[in-house]
Design a protein around this ligand. Structure first.
Ligand SMILES: [Zn+2]
Length: 560
């Protein structure tokens, strides 16, 4: 047989050579620095694309051979082209929804927030819900009077919005502030009990202040139900636009619903889903069992929609004292945080995930929360030979006991982290955890990488802005706006950070053969930046803007 093949090859090579017809590229990017983010450190000058795939990377001269009259050519003029950013953990509908809400992130006092709501109340018809997002008491220059735990009292807010329910979500998403009308619609009174994993704050008279922590925010759902609902398709359309402007070509949505899957499926069918979505579902176990057979999707709509995971949150966030810690908070000694999803629920999700070959993705911020999730994963994997192959994830993995770092690599558990959370949380990490715990356990991406774990990157948008460049900058500098650096020994190199935002994110969704690097045969998802974030001076990284966003070989965004 071998002989036969060999002789056929010899015959073929002795035939006169017909010049093969040139392969025509549909799109060529040329004359720049094309960084492949592959395993060989490939850097080229140009890339040729045919259909939705990459044909070849090469020198400007080599790639010129693929250009015909039909080819669109983009001159890079020395600029950097890289794989499209993959957002590794964010909330797609939340990104669109926040475009419809009051943005409270810049407010430096409670009274500014009250003014923003007052302006909205003047505009909107009586009875419509006013929503806001992104407030953070640590950003305020003064502590509001009459409140509890540094949070305000609803009186001033309720006085300017007597006819509108108002619900304002904390920047972390783990606490909510409501006015009197919203509490009334929801039936929240002085005698309402705390739900499990949540807390209603009360003033000295015993009346609710309007501040609701963790699962207590869920008590407001009647107010949402009674108000008009925002249109999910509009949310998704706004999110697509936001992604393309920011160079995000794939988006991992951690915590979607069956209803949202159907919205996205409809958009994939009519061709309006211009970014690729990978989703982990946050639905009750019984519903997962009954509906997964028809909801599970892989590469639907030409690789635009995959339902690949199950999401749970075992604790809350550090900013709202909700992260579940091994020892009490340094600045709240009565509490070690909150356990939100029960261990039993996470274990039940693990069984469903194994049965349906989905990845389990559990939000864990505190060191106790991370340890509990690692324990559950370890027990579930048992002595399965392929346990590393499951690629289960811990979302955030922010505060670890040093003993748990090596377990990520050993169990093949992905640390799905967000560079930008480190620098925006840093100012209160010291207060919440104290110096020692912050030093030994906060945002340990260097230690995790050195131990052999996969660390991914993202923004948790709309908690933070979706901008990957800001999160990349935080990952490689750990610098705060005041110029100080938060435990800089834990920085990533620029190449590691780019990989965490591209190929590692692809790996974390079983998509590394399809995307995450620029290699022949992979999807042509590419971003061109105005500045070379791998080579420019560090303080210029944040000036970089997205010049071109290409998804599946189509130029879907160009900065004018
Ligand atoms: Zn999240």
């Amino acid at each position: 047989m071998q002989f036969l093949v060999l002789s056929l090859l010899l015959q073929a090579s002795s035939l006169p050579q017909e010049p093969s017809p040139p392969i025509a590229a549909d799109l060529v990017l040329t004359g720049g620095r094309v960084v492949a983010v592959d395993d060989f450190g490939t850097v080229s000058e140009a890339v040729a694309i045919q259909g939705d795939r990459i044909l070849k990377l090469g020198t400007t001269e080599e790639i010129a051979g693929f250009v015909t009259d039909e080819t669109r050519v983009i001159e890079l003029e020395g600029r950097l082209a890289i794989p499209g950013f993959i957002e590794g953990h964010a909330h797609f509908f939340g990104v669109g929804d926040s475009a419809m809400q009051l943005d409270l992130r810049q407010a430096s006092s409670w009274s500014q927030i009250v003014d923003q709501v007052a302006a909205a109340a003047k505009e909107l018809p009586k009875g419509s819900l006013i929503r806001g997002r992104g407030w953070h008491q640590e950003k305020w220059t003064s502590v509001p009077r009459g409140g509890v735990d540094g949070l305000p009292h609803h009186r001033t807010l309720s006085a300017i919005s007597p006819d509108h329910p108002v619900i304002l979500t904390h920047a972390s998403g783990h606490a909510t502030f409501a006015n009197a009308a919203a509490m009334e619609l929801s039936g929240i009174t002085a005698s309402t009990e705390n739900p499990e994993g949540g807390e209603i704050l009360h003033d000295e008279s015993g009346a609710p202040t309007g501040a609701l922590r963790e699962t207590a925010s869920g008590l407001l759902s009647p107010a949402y139900m009674k108000a008009r609902r925002p249109d999910p398709r509009r949310q998704a359309r706004l999110a697509v636009g936001e992604c393309l402007r920011k160079g995000v070509t794939s988006f991992q949505d951690l915590g979607g619903s069956f209803e949202q899957v159907e919205v996205l499926r409809g958009m994939a069918d009519d061709g309006s889903l211009d970014v690729r979505i990978w989703m982990a579902l946050r639905e009750p176990v019984t519903d997962l069992k009954s509906q997964l057979p028809k909801t599970k999707l892989k590469g639907y709509g030409n690789h635009h929609l995959t339902v690949g995971g199950i999401k749970r949150s075992i604790d809350g966030a550090l900013g709202s004292h909700g992260a579940w810690l091994l020892e009490p908070y340094t600045d709240l000694s009565t509490s070690a945080g909150l356990n939100t999803a029960t261990i039993e629920d996470v274990v039940a999700c693990a069984e469903v995930a194994l049965e349906h070959e989905l990845q389990l993705c559990v939000h864990a911020i505190g060191d106790r929360a991370n340890r509990e999730v690692l324990n559950i994963y370890e027990r579930t994997f048992g002595d399965r030979g392929d346990r590393k192959g499951l690629r289960w994830r811990i979302e955030h993995a922010q505060h670890l006991h040093p003993d748990d770092v090596a377990r990520f690599a050993k169990l093949g558990v992905i640390a799905a982290m967000q560079g930008i959370h480190c620098t925006s949380d840093a100012p209160w990490v010291y207060r919440r955890l104290g110096e020692d715990r912050a030093a030994s356990g906060a945002y340990l991406w260097r230690s995790l990488l050195d131990a052999g774990a996969i660390v991914t990157n993202g923004t948790d948008a709309p908690v933070e802005d979706l901008n990957p460049i800001a999160s990349y900058y935080a990952t490689v500098t750990r610098k705060l706006p005041d110029g100080s650096a938060f435990f800089p020994e834990q920085k990533m190199t620029r190449m590691e950070a780019l990989r965490s935002y591209t190929l590692s994110n692809a790996y974390a969704a079983f998509e590394e053969d399809l995307k995450g690097s620029l290699e022949a045969g992979k999807l042509a998802d590419i971003v061109v930046l105005s500045k070379d974030i791998l080579e420019c001076p560090e303080d210029e990284i944040l000036d970089a803007t997205v010049a071109v966003t290409i998804v599946g070989g189509e130029v879907l965004y160009e900065r004018r």
